[in-house]
Design a protein around this ligand. Sequence first.
Ligand code: SF4
Length: 81
Amino acid sequence: MPPSKKSPIQSSKKGVIFDRIDPRVYNNTKLMLYCEQCSHFDETHTFCTIGYDASKHTQAVTTHNYNLMGRIAVCRFMEID
Ligand code: SF4
């Protein structure tokens, strides 16, 4: 499905919230955190079908943020089948 022509959902003025995550949990648990695992993610076109900015929650970006800060940005709208 191609991206909607409607304007995207505006993000909070506070910016992205990065949550601290325990390294033991992050490294030893199969977590459902990434857009690639979400029902709303269109893998063909790599975008969020409900209009959020998927670039902040992909596996590559989340792993990068974790390695950089020990914190990750969790999407509050993730839906897993
Ligand atoms: S709802 Fe959140 S986790 Fe799911 S595709 Fe959209 S941005 Fe990614």
